[in-house]
Design a protein around this ligand. Structure first.
Ligand code: GDP
Length: 456
C-alpha cells in the first residue's frame, strides 16, 4: 500500500457486521462511487442529486431485482473520506450482500482493504493519524473509560496542541538553517533564550503526556489488580464475589489455586483486570513454589494489590506482610476476610493498619470494597476533557521527542555548533510529526491500518 497507489480507484465493502441482520450497509468511496451505483440503481438519476440526500429504489442485475434499498449520497469533499461516498442500505441477508458487492465490483469498484476508508480520510486531510487510530480504538472500546479516551482523541485530543508547538519549533529550525547559510559571518538569527523557553515549554507538555500513559493505558486495557494472601484465605471466593459468578475454583484444600486466572469486571465504567494468584508462603512444593514466584512477578505488574487476611492470622503477621508488600510502592488495600467467623466480643487489634472487613462467602462488604478499589486507583475522577495518551506508538514517539529536545537544550547551554543544534531540532520535529502523521512512511501506515477491520 502506498500513499498514491489507489488514487482514482473506487472501493467497496460491507460496513456493518457480516451475517444476517435487519439491515446491512454497503459503502463505496472514490471518484466513481456515484456513477457506479447509478448503473445498477433504478429510481432517481443519482448523478444529479444533492449531497447528503437519501433515495429509495431497487438494485438490479440485468432484469433480476437484487433488493429494494436506500441510497445515501455524500459528495466530495463533504464525506468521511473526503471523496464521493455512497452508502447502500439493504436488507441484511448474506446472499443480498454478496450479490450486491460482486455486482458493484463488476461495475468497476474494487474490494476495500482493511482500514482503507479511514486511511483515505487521513491521506485526504480529513483527520490526522492519531485521530485515525482513535477510530479503531473507538470501535474496540468495551467500557465507558475506553470509549471516553478514544472519543477525546478522535476529536483532536492532544494533536492540536502538539501541532502548534511543532509549528513554533519549525520556525526556529528555519532560523537556525539560515544561520548555517551565513556561517562565515557568525550571526545569530534564532534567539537562544527564546528557543530555550520554547523547548522547555514543549518538553513540559511532552512530559505531561508521557506521564498520562500509565493512566490512559489502564483505562483502555483495564487496571491490573492482584489479590494476594496465604492459601485458603479466600482469594478465589473473593474473586468470585467480585465477578459475581463461579469462575475460579474454590477448594477446602490449601494451595489449590495454583495457576493464575485473569478476569475483568467493570466498576463505574472502569475495567479492572483481576489476577487471582497462588498463595504466597514458603513452600517446598515445586509447583506451588513456581506459583509463588509468579505471584510476586504479577504483584509488580499490578496497579493495585488487594492483600487478603483471615481472623486466624496474628496482627504481627498481617503487619509484616503489609509492610513487606509496601516496598513495591503499589497501592495496597488490606482486607480482613471471613468477618463472619470473628467471634462477637473478640477484640480485633488493628496495629495502625487500616483493614476492610468482608465476608467473601456471604458477599458482605463487597460493594464497600469496590468503592475502596475505585478510590485507591484514583481514576474515577478522570473526565473526558483530560488529555490522556493511551497508544504505545504515541508514547514511544513522545519519549524520543523528549530525548531530542533534551539534546537541544544541552546544545543551547554548551558551545555546540548550529548544525548540531539544527540536527537535534529536526529529530524532535520528526518524532512529533510521527504522532499526528505529518511524517509517515508506508510501513507505518500499513502497520496501523492493517489492524483495522475491512469496511472501516
Ligand atoms: P484461596 O486459597 O485463598 O483461593 O481460598 P478459597 O477462596 O479457595 O477459600 C478457602 C476456603 O475458605 C473455602 O472453603 C471457602 O469457602 C472459605 N471461605 C472463603 N471466604 C470465606 C468467608 O468469608 N467466610 C468463611 N467462613 N469462609 C470463607
Amino acid at each position: 500500500m502506498t500513499n498514491t497507489s489507489f488514487s482514482g480507484e473506487t472501493i467497496v465493502a460491507l460496513a456493518t457486521p457480516a451475517g444476517s441482520g435487519a439491515i446491512a450497509v454497503i459503502r463505496l468511496s472514490g471518484p466513481d462511487a456515484i456513477s457506479i451505483v447509478n448503473t445498477v440503481f433504478k429510481g432517481k438519476d443519482l448523478s444529479v442529486q444533492a449531497s447528503h440526500t437519501i433515495h429509495f429504489g431497487t438494485i438490479r442485475d440485468g432484469n433480476a431485482i437484487i433488493d429494494e434499498v436506500l441510497v445515501s449520497l455524500f459528495i466530495a469533499p463533504r464525506s468521511y473520506t473526503k471523496e464521493n461516498v455512497v452508502e447502500i442500505s439493504t436488507h441484511g441477508s448474506p446472499y443480498i450482500i454478496e450479490s450486491l458487492i460482486r455486482l458493484l465490483i463488476r461495475q468497476g469498484a474494487r474490494a476495500a482493504r482493511p482500514g482503507e476508508f479511514t486511511l483515505r480520510a487521513f491521506l485526504n486531510g480529513g483527520m490526522d493519524l492519531s485521530q485515525a487510530e482513535a477510530v479503531a480504538d473507538l470501535i474496540a472500546s468495551n467500557s465507558k473509560a475506553a470509549h471516553d479516551i478514544a472519543m477525546q482523541q478522535m476529536r483532536g485530543g492532544f494533536s492540536n496542541e502538539l501541532r502548534q508547538l511543532r509549528e513554533h519549533l519549525i520556525h526556529f529550525a528555519s532560523l537556525i538553517e539560515l544561520e548555517l547559510d551565513f556561517s562565515e559571518e557568525d550571526v545569530e538569527f534564532a534567539n537562544r533564550d527564546q528557543l530555550r523557553t520554547l523547548i522547555l515549554r514543549i518538553n513540559h507538555t511532552v512530559k505531561h503526556l508521557i506521564q498520562s500513559f500509565e493512566q490512559g493505558n489502564a483505562l483502555k486495557n483495564g487496571v491490573p489488580v492482584v489479590i494476594a494472601g496465604k492459601p485458603n484465605v479466600g482469594k478465589s471466593t473473593l474473586l468470585n464475589a467480585l465477578l459475581n459468578e463461579e469462575r475460579a475454583i474454590v477448594s477446602e484444600i490449601a494451595g489449590t489455586t495454583r495457576d493464575t486466572i485473569e478476569d475483568e469486571i467493570s466498576i463505574n465504567g472502569i475495567v479492572f483486570r483481576f489476577i487471582d494468584t497462588a498463595g504466597i508462603r514458603n513452600t517446598e512444593d515445586i509447583i506451588e513454589a513456581k506459583g509463588v514466584e509468579r505471584t510476586l512477578e504479577k504483584m509488580k505488574q499490578a496497579s493495585l494489590i488487594i492483600y487478603l487476611f483471615d481472623p486466624d492470622q496474628t496482627m504481627e503477621d498481617i503487619d509484616l506482610q503489609l509492610n513487606g508488600a509496601s516496598d513495591l510502592h503499589i497501592p495496597i488495600i488490606g482486607v480482613m476476610n471471613k468477618s463472619d467467623l470473628i467471634v462477637p466480643g473478640k477484640q480485633v487489634e488493628l496495629s495502625g493498619q487500616e483493614l476492610e472487613f468482608i465476608s467473601a462467602k456471604d458477599k458482605e462488604g463487597i460493594e464497600r470494597l469496590k468503592e475502596t478499589i475505585l478510590s485507591k486507583v484514583n481514576l474515577h475522577g478522570i473526565s473526558t476533557d483530560s488529555v490522556l495518551v493511551s497508544n504505545i506508538r504515541h508514547v514511544e514517539a513522545l519519549q524520543r521527542t523528549q530525548e531530542a529536545l533534551d539534546k537541544v537544550v544541552y546544545g543551547i547551554d554548551h558551545p555546540v555548533s548550529s548544525d548540531f543544534l539544527a540536527m537535534d531540532i529536526k529529530q524532535a520535529l520528526h518524532y512529533l510529526g510521527e504522532i499526528t502523521g505529518t511524517v509517515t512512511t508506508d510501513d507505518l501506515l500499513d502497520n496501523i491500518f492493517s489492524k483495522f477491520c475491512i469496511g472501516k
